[in-house]
Design a protein around this ligand. Structure first.
Ligand code: SF4
Ligand code: SF4
Length: 141
């Protein structure tokens, strides 16, 4: 199963069209709407998590493109604030990928960004709020 958080910008003429339900019916995709807004100029913005088979996902994106919907991918990135981190080690106990670990004998907590799956568990666990989520946007169409 493939999943991505997308932002869809609808031109005015499409705001009342069943575009998202067509994604479900035509391409066997499922979705979870995270944000829906209609701007004063009647353009629509929808942020949703879209899930399905990868090939259906690509077909769904092509369908959106053919309608004139602008699609952006929103990826998550986890950052550590080095000033706030006091190397308590709490995050290393919960990190499922080993991206946060204790380097011995220095007892320093290392954050290996390459191993991070952006699951956000450390964001909740960190008592210093040193771990934060950053959203990156990239234009798909
Ligand atoms: S839980 Fe927070 S303060 Fe403690 S080591 Fe991890 S990032 Fe640093
Ligand atoms: S977001 Fe998840 S995988 Fe990444 S460092 Fe935090 S707990 Fe580990």
């Amino acid at each position: 199963m493939y999943s991505k958080v997308l932002s869809l910008r609808f031109p005015k003429k499409l705001v009342n069209e069943p575009v998202v339900s067509n994604l479900v019916q035509k391409f066997d995709l499922s979705f979870n709407i995270l944000k829906a807004t209609i701007y004063p100029r009647k353009e629509g913005l929808l942020v949703l998590e879209l899930r399905g088979q990868r090939k259906n996902f690509q077909k769904g994106l092509r369908y959106l493109k053919s309608l004139g919907v602008k699609v952006e991918s929103i990826g998550q990135d986890i950052k550590r604030d080095e000033e706030l981190c006091f190397h308590c080690g709490a995050c290393t106990a919960v990190c499922p990928t080993g991206a946060l670990y204790i380097k011995r004998p220095e007892m320093e907590v290392i954050f290996d960004h390459e191993k991070c799956s952006a699951c956000e568990v450390c964001v909740i666990a960190c008592p210093a709020h040193a771990m934060t989520v950053r959203f990156n946007r990239s234009l798909l169409y």
